[in-house]
Design a binder for this molecule. Structure first.
Ligand code: NDP
Ligand code: 8X3
Length: 259
């Protein structure tokens, strides 16, 4: 019998590429996200390759998550791998200049949403036992600071620590947990971050060679298909063209602030 993967945020980017990758390997695939039309068209595309079930779902809504997982058709109920991928960055400016509501949306999606889905699926994954896998999509932003990353990077730091802590709780269950943290990758991520401004999004990738969604999907498939006794705690993957800059030293001795 084929294994089943549950993917959040499958309407674009890493999630859609992961759905394609697993369907090509013959896994049963549960694809979820908020955009119904996108899910339908991906379901139509992959339905010839593998069993596909679509779930319109906003991960921020704990009741909806519980309900969606509780009402999976029998054929898709025995989840082997959960890919906690749904997430976003907003407010690409300094913390002191951005809207509080955007910060809450990042927290509610990248932290609360990920916790909602994990909590709802853990009983199933524990029942699956050996080889069951949770792959949480973190980010290099969870490890390395940069201007404008403020809450986004902090949500991804949460993903890393949550992944490690979850491993402790799941010791003895056979369930594996990985924090997969990519660097810059060309998806709709930057369009969302720049509030639909395509030219600002394109500028992020201009003149460089970023990761692709497929690169990330390959890693996800690799991790999920490893022998049951191996747990990859964390993977940080970046394009060769992405490294670190020097410390930002403010070279101006004029006092700041005051009235
Ligand atoms: P995309 O914008 O292409 O995809 C994001 C996905 O998340 C979409 O399918 C979107 O679906 C879904 N999503 C967003 N909010 C919600 C929500 N409330 N409920 C359910 N689904 C939601 O970006 P990526 O593929 O690049 O991003 C995927 C993950 O990878 C994110 O967690 C991101 O932070 C992370 N990441 C991205 C990197 C990059 O450079 N691209 C690098 C490192 C990490 P819908 O809108 O239909 O709900
Ligand atoms: C997305 C990668 O560098 O924009 O998590 O933070 S980056």
């Amino acid at each position: 019998m084929s294994k089943t993967v549950f993917i959040t945020g499958a309407t674009s980017g890493f999630g859609a590429a992961t759905a394609r990758r697993f369907a090509h390997d013959g896994w049963a695939v549960v694809i979820s996200g908020r955009r119904k039309e996108r899910l339908r068209s991906l379901g139509d595309e992959l339905g010839f390759l593998a069993p596909v079930h679509t779930v319109v779902l906003d991960v921020q809504n704990a009741d909806a998550v519980r309900e969606a997982i509780g009402s999976l058709p029998a054929k898709f109920r025995d989840i082997h791998t959960l890919v906690n991928n749904a997430g976003l960055a907003l407010a690409p400016d300094a913390m002191q200049r951005v809207e509080l509501a955007d910060l809450h949306t990042m927290i509610n999606t990248n932290i609360t949403g990920l916790v909602n889905v994990t909590h709802a699926l853990l009983p199933t994954l524990i029942r699956t036992g050996d080889g069951a896998t949770v792959i949480n999509i973190g980010s290099t932003a969870g490890e390395w600071p940069y201007p404008g990353s403020h809450v986004y990077g902090a949500t991804k730091a949460f993903v890393k620590q949550f992944s490690y802590n979850l491993r402790c709780d799941l010791q003895g269950t056979g369930v594996r947990v990985t924090d997969l943290s990519p660097g810059i990758a060309e998806t709709e991520f930057s369009v969302v971050r720049n509030n639909g401004d395509r030219s600002a999004a394109d500028a992020v990738y201009e003149g460089t060679v970023p990761l692709t969604a497929r690169d990330v999907a390959e890693q996800i498939a690799h991790i999920a298909n490893l022998p049951d006794h191996i747990n990859i705690n964390r993977v940080e993957m970046v394009p060769v063209r992405q490294a670190w800059g020097p410390y930002a030293i403010h070279r101006d001795k004029t006092p700041t602030g005051g009235v």
